[in-house]
Design a protein around this ligand. Structure first.
Ligand code: SF4
Length: 429
């Protein structure tokens, strides 16, 4: 999303080339890599991207390589030393400096977006930074304290997106439920959602990265009553054992987590819950891991991701605990947890067979419509796939970005397949 604001500014003066093309074909003058330094895997992915661009530069396919974002903010000096082929490094929020370096003289504010998603959905970053103190997390060190984007700015941005054809807004931040505390002295996610849902053209609003401690009751009400709010919540819980949650400094125990999940299930019938867990955190013995397995079995999350714990430099964990659990044990626990979740996901999905669901059509590939219902968020969750190959003359491109009713006919643990169950609505221009 930060990249989309930057791209919009750059697009005033330079041509943006789709990143899907290999460098040999696109031959860009400049490659800008926005890096992430959250955890080991993200760091590795960023370094791999930089190395790829650097080797393309050495082969003569790329003019200049620029690196920005979290990783570069945190390790600028080390990166400069080990990657002298990179032409410039910038930190997390140095967007104006990048424009100056590129000699792009931009006008206007920073609400413009050059979407890198399909034109019918967009991420809306409502805040950046984080005030929480999770023991394992380096984000507050990298991004600094929580900073909400003013509500008026977000509404303006969302209106502009709706005019461009966006129908689904995906609200993101490090901690969406904290929105407004710094600017307005109270949590303002629910009032923000109300304003966004009054925008013409916006039909779905999806909440990601909510935090369980002090979950705002008015958000729960909004999810239950506002028809534009997706019956979906991404709520990373990280663990269930009270002992481990305390060591993680999550500010919540198992009982309070369970009571929030019970509230969500009862107040928002049919809600799809996505969560993330960490296995192998210091303090997680066999008993605590079994506690986690039992919690996951009980709550039957629609979607769950997991990480094996890795110690991050500068965090409370790194200063306080020994990363004592062997990697082999972490991997084994991860595999057991994900095997359990895969069975739960399959059972959950099989229950949807026979039902009719409203979906949005994201793409068309080889005569198949790739769709999502309210229960699936783009990129992280599965799809609802509809085979249109038996419809000769089917004009696939007209379908993208439209809503349709689909009868679910089969399911795997990831994706569902279906058939069109009735018309579809035209996308508003
Ligand atoms: S809520 Fe916790 S895990 Fe999430 S960014 Fe903040 S400190 Fe990190």
């Amino acid at each position: 999303m930060d990249s989309e604001h930057l791209l919009s500014k750059l697009a005033e003066d330079v041509e943006i080339i789709p990143e899907e093309l290999p460098y040999e074909e696109s031959r860009p003058d400049t490659v800008i890599i926005n890096t992430c330094g959250f955890i080991g895997d993200a760091k590795k992915e960023s370094i791999d991207e930089i190395l790829l661009a650097v080797s393309a530069k050495q082969a003569g396919y790329v003019g200049r390589v620029v690196v920005c974002g979290c990783l570069s903010e945190r390790y600028k000096e080390d990166l400069k030393e080990s990657l002298p082929e990179v032409d410039a490094f910038f930190g997390s929020f140095q967007w104006k400096e990048i424009l100056n370096w590129m000699r792009v003289h931009s006008k206007g504010d920073w609400t413009g977006r050059h979407l890198t998603t399909p034109s019918h959905y967009a991420y809306l970053k409502i805040a950046d930074g984080c005030n929480r103190k999770c023991s394992y997390c380096a984000i507050p060190l990298i991004k600094g304290p929580f900073k909400s984007v003013p509500m008026a700015t977000l509404v303006k941005e969302a209106k502009a997106l709706a005019i461009k054809g966006v129908r689904e807004l995906i609200l993101i931040a490090q901690d969406t439920t904290f929105y407004g505390m710094d600017l307005y002295g109270k949590k303002m996610l629910a009032p923000l959602i109300q304003k966004l849902s009054r925008i013409d053209g916006i039909e779905w609003i999806r909440i990601h990265y909510s935090y369980p401690t002090g979950f705002p009751k008015d958000v729960l009400k909004e999810m239950a009553e506002n028809p534009k709010v997706c019956k979906y919540l991404d709520i990373p819980l990280q663990h269930s054992s009270t002992k481990v949650l305390k060591m993680m400094r999550r500010g919540v125990d198992r009982e309070r987590q369970q009571s929030l999940l019970d509230d969500l299930r009862s107040r928002v019938p049919g809600i799809a819950l996505r969560t993330t867990m960490i296995v192998g955190h210091p303090g997680e013995g066999e008993a605590e891991f079994n506690n986690l397995l039992e919690f996951v079995k009980h709550n039957r999350f629609e979607m769950m991701g997991a990480f094996t714990y890795s110690e991050e430099e500068g965090t409370y964990d790194a200063k306080t605990f020994k990363d004592e659990i062997p990697q082999s044990v972490k991997k084994r626990r991860y595999a057991r947890l994900m095997k359990l979740q895969s069975r739960i996901s399959l059972e959950n999905n099989l229950k949807r067979v026979g039902g009719v669901e409203k979906v949005i059509i994201d793409d068309v590939k080889d005569g198949f419509l790739i769709c999502r219902s309210q229960k699936e968020s783009p990129e992280v969750d599965g799809s609802v796939i509809v085979d249109m190959n038996s419809f000769p003359g089917f004009d696939s491109q007209r379908y993208i970005g439209k809503f349709a009713a689909v009868r679910i006919v089969s399911a795997t643990e990831y994706d569902l397949t279906g058939v069109l169950a009735g018309g579809y609505t035209e996308k508003k221009q």
